[in-house]
Write a protein of this length. Structure first.
Length: 446
């Protein structure tokens, strides 16, 4: 125990010493995305809270993807614990924008403080949480330690731990293990995730395998209606390929593939949605340099009949453009990022192309391919091969799209299982064994 306390103090010292470098990195990101230069004081726990906060439920989601995954759980928590205020934290400005877009003044949003003792203490004192829900696997030793000291139960929801992340956490070894063991419980996505957490040092009795919250994605009727409006604008005469959440290496292969496909299929239109705002201009120019009529969401509203490429240079509209497309490529997967959420495309019955680098979503991506809902593409040649087949064969597109949507349907249920665990803990009722006996989604049985 004494050794752990020494490591904890050493971690706090190192974190403090590294703060100037973190601020420098924040400033550098702010050069491209001005929002990173705003509200920096929140990252040190300095902010004003609404007077109405007397007790709260706090949910932390790093960025857009985690916020989207958390939406159904947050709504379930709001319904069950309507006597609490809700505090939502993110790390990125895009995550902040998504919170405001979905929840508005229903929640109090603030940036998560750096894992410095003083910043963490100020944050907890101001927000007064009765429960902390940390999405996926954001393990911050000081944050978890002070929650434990203040008797604030922590739930790690939709928890996942890739092999890469497992290796990354080993440098803080016992501190990461202690953070896990300071939780009330961990709701893991898969058995593979649970095994890695145990390898890291998490006590097995803390872990429940409940499946992925991403399968419980909620598609509002307004999104479906907006997708139909966009589709009607195209007059249903064009084949629409959406490349979503793209990074540089994804776009290199997409650009090469589109150059070939456009010659074979003149009516093909590419809708491209870069993952980060700082890429909007670079992405636009790369297509214009090759002579493609490239239009922007911020300027044109919607692509006209002469457009070849449509760059969605706005945030929070990805689902609407999925809803208006025929075929999807999900980025971060040819680029060695670890992939992004393929289920956002699957829920709209889209056949999916995805690269091989999907360690953030290994099990989900594997299931999607096994059910016949996706193809794995390594480069532009693969993209051309499969896109050509999909464009020519409507039956194939429908078959793959239906398989993808059915996979989502079959694996729903993680929200309810997570809520069962939260309620049993909050009510101090021994329901854990009963919950363990429930039927888990198929992904939980991997």
């Amino acid at each position: 125990m004494k050794s752990l306390e020494i490591r904890s103090r050493l971690y706090s010292l190192v974190t403090t010493l590294l703060t100037p470098l973190v601020l420098f990195r924040l400033a550098m990101r702010g050069v491209k995305t001005r929002a990173y230069l705003q509200r920096w004081h929140e990252r040190f726990g300095w902010f004003k809270t609404p007077k109405k906060i007397k007790k709260s439920i706090w949910v932390h989601a790093v960025s857009v993807g985690e916020v989207n995954a958390a939406i159904p759980l947050i709504k379930a928590l709001m319904k069950r614990y309507h006597d609490h205020c809700f505090v939502l934290t993110t790390i990125t400005p895009t995550g902040s924008d998504r919170v405001q877009q979905i929840f508005g003044d229903q929640v109090f949003h603030v940036y998560l403080p750096y894992d410095l003792p003083g910043a963490v203490k100020r944050f907890l004192k101001k927000t007064k949480p009765d429960l902390a829900v940390i999405m996926e696997t954001e393990i911050w030793p000081n944050l978890f330690r002070f929650c434990k000291k203040k008797h604030i139960p922590i739930v790690v929801a939709n928890a996942r731990l890739s092999e890469v992340s497992l290796k990354g956490y080993r440098w803080v070894g016992s501190l990461a293990a202690k953070a896990f063991n300071d939780t009330a419980f961990v709701a893991a996505q898969t058995k593979t995730d649970a095994k890695r957490m145990i390898q890291l040092g998490c006590q097995p009795e803390k872990i429940y395998v409940v499946g992925s919250l991403k399968f419980d994605i909620i598609i509002d009727q307004s999104i479906i209606d907006k997708g139909k409006e966009i589709r009607d604008h195209y007059q249903n005469s064009r084949m629409v390929w959406i490349a979503a959440s793209t990074h540089h290496d994804d776009e290199v292969q997409i650009l090469a593939a589109f150059s070939v496909l456009k010659q074979r299929h003149p009516d093909l239109m590419l809708v491209i949605v870069p993952r980060h705002p700082e890429r909007f201009e670079t992405t636009t120019q790369s297509f214009r340099k090759l002579g493609f009529n490239t239009q922007l969401r911020s300027e044109a509203g919607l692509c006209d009949i002469h457009g070849d490429v449509f760059v969605v240079d706005t945030m929070g509209e990805l689902l609407e453009f999925y809803a208006s497309s025929d075929i999807a490529f999900v980025g971060g997967s040819i680029a060695n990022i670890g992939g992004h959420n393929v289920l956002e495309a699957a829920v709209f019955s889209l056949p999916v192309l995805v690269g091989p680098n999907t360690h953030n979503f290994d099990e989900i991506t594997q299931l999607l391919e096994e059910c016949g809902g996706s193809y794995t593409v390594h480069d532009s040649a693969d993209i051309v091969l499969y896109m050509d087949a999909l464009i020519k064969d409507k039956h194939l597109r429908l078959k793959m799209g239906q398989a993808a949507k059915q996979l989502v349907k079959e694996n729903r249920g993680a929200v309810q299982l997570t809520m069962d665990l939260i309620e049993s803990f909050m009510n101090e009722k021994p329901l854990y064994d009963e919950i363990k006996s429930k039927h888990y989604p198929r992904i939980a049985k991997q």
